[in-house]
Design a protein around this ligand. Structure first.
Ligand code: TMP
Length: 388
């Protein structure tokens, strides 16, 4: 596999590739990739993903900020906030407006620049235990720590939680959300597996990590973002009451046998079936002379395109709203990325919706565009051809 976000020039022969191989640990049930490319090769000043590219996600993160505040112990009158992996400041903006002390950190300087422009206090850096000590030299411990779609990116998971534990105030809350293992198994959304996602978490696996740091899960809630995520609320042992949502969802995981290898082995079989379904469909459309394009050059699309062996013969181009991606080619498969406006001018016969997790937002947007006439191919929870 190439790096999922390496949208660049057309020099496939020189592209860095690595083996994307997955494991499930039979001690702690943590689903993980074996080899992660170096963090700096993925998260740097060229990182092409901006949270603000989805209005829905911006709304979602504003809601997450409010949710965190609502859960804080009523004894806390004044509080401060840390966001690990703050991207363009979409979540922290809420605290900027209310003049609440906060800090955002993110390893990619281009996204931090946007956060600074929104008035956030933010700095460039890879979060680690070591980094947490540097933060403590300048700031107090934090009452609220957020991380969204970040923890699963960090391969030294124990070092990460040790850093969080250093920075969490005694009665503080750490709220994070990540793509959820159970959703991936249920929807066969194997496109969640790529270099940046070292782990896919479940309650079972997260509990095992937390107990090493005297932290505990006090609440969980399923989210529709990223095709199915889980929001975890973490506190120090004994500081907050444990909500029944934790016990209930853990039981659902056990009922799905997620503490045995069976559902993961079954998942591998379903992925192969899904791959055949998609390639058969595209070959059939090609033989009928249909023009097939993609919508949204997501990181997830890199896994699908490379796993299924889909190149620019089968998919002629992919429209994406991110200016930084337009004019580049998909990693490993060389499909040109164009703007959404160009895609609308082309009026493809078929459009693969690679951002299937943003279906509602995109379907509403394209209701009144020429793309309404196209047939749309959805990738999860089933491969389906529909009109929007
Ligand atoms: P994600 O699935 O990793 O969040 O990536 C979203 C990508 O989809 C990003 O490149 C922007 C693109 N996109 C569009 O082009 N149009 C849209 O309406 C939305 C929501 C996303």
């Amino acid at each position: 596999m190439p790096l999922a976000n390496n949208f660049a020039g057309l020099d496939l022969a020189r592209e860095k590739i690595y083996e994307l191989k997955i494991h499930i640990c039979t001690n702690c049930w943590l689903f993980q990739i074996e080899n992660q490319p170096s963090a700096s090769s993925m998260f740097n000043e060229r990182y092409p993903f901006f949270t603000g590219s989805s209005k829905y996600m911006v709304e979602h993160f504003r809601g997450m900020a409010d949710y965190g505040v609502s859960l804080l112990s009523k004894e806390i009158v004044k509080f401060n906030v840390l966001e690990i992996g703050c991207n363009d400041g979409s979540l922290l903006e809420k605290f900027v407006l209310k003049e609440i002390p906060h800090l955002g950190i993110d390893p990619s300087s281009n996204v931090v620049e946007r956060a600074l422009k929104k008035g956030c206090t933010a700095q460039v850096g890879f979060f680690s235990e070591n980094f947490s000590h540097q933060i403590l030299q300048k700031y107090n411990k934090f009452n609220l720590i957020f991380a969204a779609n970040v923890v699963c990116h960090i391969n030294n998971i124990k070092d990460f939680f040790s850093g969080v534990s250093n920075l969490l105030a005694e009665n503080g809350l750490f709220i994070f959300e990540e793509p959820y293992m159970l959703d991936v198994l249920e929807k066969v959304s194997y496109d969640q597996i790529y270099d940046e996602h070292v782990f896919l978490f479940s309650i079972l696996s997260i509990k095992n990590i937390l107990k090493e740091f005297n932290l505990q899960l006090i609440k969980v809630s399923r989210q529709s973002t990223h095709g199915g995520s889980l929001r975890y609320v973490v506190a120090r042992n004994g500081e907050y009451e444990i909500d029944k949502s934790v016990y209930e969802l853990e039981q659902v995981e056990k009922d799905y046998l997620m503490d045995s290898v069976d559902p993961y082995v079954e998942f591998a079989r379903k992925c192969e079936k899904r791959r055949k379904e998609l390639t058969d469909l595209l070959l059939k459309l090609q033989s009928e002379g249909k023009r097939v394009y993609g919508y949204a050059a997501t990181s997830k699309s890199t896994t699908i395109l490379n796993y299924c062996g889909i190149d620019d013969n089968l998919v002629l181009g992919i429209g994406d709203s991110t200016p930084e991606k337009q004019g580049t080619f998909t990693p490993g498969t060389g499909i040109p990325v164009i703007s959404i406006e160009e895609l609308r001018e082309i009026e493809p016969d078929y459009i693969i919706l690679f951002a299937w997790n943003h279906f509602n937002e995109i379907a509403i947007k394209e209701q009144t565009s020429p793309l309404k006439q196209s047939r749309w191919i959805l990738l999860a929870p089933e491969i389906e051809v529909i009109s929007i």
